[in-house]
Design a protein around this ligand. Structure first.
Ligand code: NDP
Ligand code: MG
Length: 378
């Protein structure tokens, strides 16, 4: 039985992980649960999984926590999150959204034997820092993001592949003409055709920023040059990635669009456990693929250019994206203003190297302030 700490237990990934654990009680003991604001969901999880540690990061929400069993140690606020990240455990699942995951992840690398990493922003903004520290502490990091997880499943030590392909459903707005994007509302953008996910990643899927981030994840996790990572449109989300060998044979990793599968893989690796009660494919299913032209998706294009520039570029773009999405979700700006903000920031930042982890936060903060300034003036 392995002990497990879940960061972001009240989110989409966190809840799916708890469902995997619910079905595999012999394999895992939930040691700690960490949430931000959703106290009701957290209470229900505490009741069901009886953790020894609970963390509530939002200070106001933490004050609402009452009548916890004396056996549970409660951590509060940002400092509490860092203390929670310092608890020794067999496995951590890092499913906090956004760059807020980066500091606790860096701390947690010193304390977890294995980390199932769902959060992609930490790799996108600080991939070298995260993976070098994991190497230093001999902490295994397994990607949860389905495309990267699929690559992990496809790779073998003998792999002699020349190229990898990530699939993209195209998100909620794939069939929209660029001129109609101006009018789309939050609800439309959040209606992803195949996946049920948190808000930020669902919007990133519609702009294809998310696919750009996955190219970056693939680059860091597998040490792949950007030229060897391609994207294909696959609307059904049944195939998550391909690897192509030198002789042009393709191997694909296929499962229905349900995050419980890559989560269970990452938690139980190298074993495999039950992830779903239903059989994999029932009845007919279709697989269609078409080429994707990055130039037709301006934000994907920006992310890929930023990735190739390196240095602070992706920390800046991620910071801008985080703020622009927050503004869009609170109806302060139009969907297309996310594009305008990203374009503006991409042409107004100074390229710099990242010498230390603090530089990532410096550029994240710079981009957030600059984006707010730009969006307020629209
Ligand atoms: P959600 O928005 O559904 O959940 C986010 C979780 O993080 C919630 O538990 C939330 O707490 C918590 N949280 C938010 N902000 C903070 C903070 N500042 N400090 C501590 N905790 C915080 O996101 P998802 O589950 O969809 O995604 C999580 C991560 O996984 C993201 O990085 C995403 O890109 C990645 N990912 C997600 C996939 C998916 O299918 N959902 C697929 C691939 C990757 P609370 O709810 O209590 O406020
Ligand atoms: Mg993905």
């Amino acid at each position: 039985m392995k002990t497990i700490n879940i960061f972001g237990s009240t989110g989409s990934i966190g809840k799916n992980a708890l469902d995997v654990i619910r079905k595999n009680k012999k394999d895992f003991k939930v040691l700690g649960l960490c949430a931000h604001t959703n106290i009701d969901a957290l209470y229900a999880q505490i009741k069901e999984f009886s953790p020894s540690y609970v963390c509530v990061v939002n200070e106001e929400s933490a004050e609402k926590i009452k009548n916890l069993s004396k056996k549970i140690k409660l951590f509060k606020g940002q400092i509490g999150l860092y203390e929670f990240a310092s608890i020794n455990c067999d496995i951590s699942l890092m499913a906090i959204s956004g760059i807020s995951a980066l500091r606790p992840l860096m701390i947690n690398i010193e304390h977890a034997k294995k980390i199932a990493l769902a959060n992609k922003e930490s790799i996108v903004t600080a991939g070298n820092f995260v993976l070098n520290k994991a190497k230093q502490f001999k902490t295994k990091i397994l990607p949860v993001d389905s495309e990267i997880n699929a690559l992990y499943q496809l790779f073998t030590p003998q792999s002699n592949f020349s190229k990898v392909y990530l699939t993209a459903s195209g998100g909620a707005l794939f069939d929209y003409k660029p001129k109609d994007l101006n009018k789309v509302c939050v609800k439309t953008v959040l209606s992803h055709p195949t996946w049920r996910m948190g808000k930020r990643i669902t919007i990133d899927s519609a702009t294809l920023v998310n696919k750009g981030f996955e190219v970056v994840e693939s680059h860091y996790f597998f040490n792949l040059p950007y030229e060897n990572i391609d994207i294909v449109i696959h609307r059904e989300s049944n195939v998550h990635a391909f690897v192509e060998f030198k002789d042009k044979t393709l191997f694909a990793c296929m499962y229905p669009p349900d995050m419980r599968i890559p989560i269970s893989f990452a938690l139980s690796y190298p074993k495999r456990i039950d992830a779903l009660q239903t059989p994999n494919f029932r009845g007919r299913f279709s697989l269609s693929f078409e080429p994707l032209h990055a130039k037709q998706f301006p934000l994907l294009d920006i992310i890929l250019k930023g990735a190739k520039r390196g240095g602070n570029s992706l920390a800046v773009l991620n910071g801008c994206d985080e703020v622009a999405i927050e503004y869009f979700l609170s109806n302060k700006i139009k969907f297309t203003d996310i594009y305008r903000a990203m374009n503006y920031i991409f042409s107004h930042y100074k390229q710099a190297r990242l010498k230390a982890l603090d530089d990532v936060f410096y550029w994240d903060n710079w981009a957030k302030e600059k984006t707010k300034e730009y969006l307020r003036a629209l």
